[in-house]
Design a protein around this ligand. Structure first.
Ligand SMILES: Cc1ncc(CO)c(N)n1
Ligand SMILES: Cc1ncsc1CCO
Length: 218
């Protein structure tokens, strides 16, 4: 029987392909991405991760299996560790201005995840956060496997998401998603798939918004 996660990944293939073809990713891979665009991304991602960590601990508080609770609390702590380690390094070296104003796309994505947690079945909230893990792992692995540039100034970012440690978290998150999908109804499985797809589109949007240096139109 096909696992929910296999079906889900297959469903978002066209979105994933658009992500790895996006100039943000192709230029990040070669180290040619303008620092201004990477700095914009890092600044918005700090705001994103702070919210994402809260959503993950919110999911933990709604779970019942002790192992799963521990895993989600670990993921939540992981986002804070990544935020501190990666973001503070880049924020210093690229002299990023610390802003507290979310871009439209960052606000869309963070609010979407909060809404899934607050007003939808737990299974759906779990499916909504899965692309954040899975797409980043795939993008990290893809860059590591295909990059030709040496001395890439974005290597720390690449190694964070292409590394084994992150892969372990991603494997756990996929396994938990499959476990809960198996125990729920067809209808909720479909809602999980829709949330997974929507969040995957927002992953594309997040990189695109950084590449475009998106701003509020007012
Ligand atoms: C927008 C976004 N999605 C996913 C991750 C990785 O969890 C991240 N750092 N930022
Ligand atoms: C999903 C995710 N993104 C950054 S850290 C983290 C959890 C890893 O444990």
């Amino acid at each position: 029987m096909t696992k929910w996660s296999e079906h889900a990944w297959e469903t978002i293939q066209p979105i994933y392909n658009k992500i790895v073809e996006h100039p943000f990713i192709t230029e990040l891979k070669e180290g040619t991405l303008p620092e201004e665009k990477f700095a914009y991304y890092i600044q918005q991602d700090a705001l994103y991760l702070a919210n994402f960590g809260k959503v993950l601990s919110g999911i933990a508080s709604k779970l019942s299996d002790a192992e799963h609770i521990q895993d989600f609390l670990g993921f939540s702590t992981g986002t804070i560790m990544v935020e501190k380690a990666l973001h503070k390094t880049f924020i210093q070296s690229f002299s990023v201005n610390i802003s507290t104003e979310k871009s439209p796309s960052c606000m869309l994505y963070t609010n979407y995840l909060q809404t899934q947690l607050a007003a939808h079945p737990l299974e759906v909230a779990i499916a909504a956060v899965l692309p954040c893990f899975w797409i980043y792992k795939e993008v990290g692995d893809y860059i590591l496997a295909t990059q030709t540039a040496t001395n890439n100034k974005y290597q720390t970012w690449i190694d964070t998401y292409g590394g084994e440690e992150f892969a372990n978290s991603v494997t756990k998150a996929i396994e938990i998603s499959d476990y809960i999908a198996l125990k729920t109804t067809k209808d909720i499985q479909k809602q999980m798939l829709d949330a997974f797809t929507t969040a995957s589109k927002m992953e594309w949007l997040f990189w695109d918004s950084a590449y475009q240096l998106e701003s509020w139109r007012i």
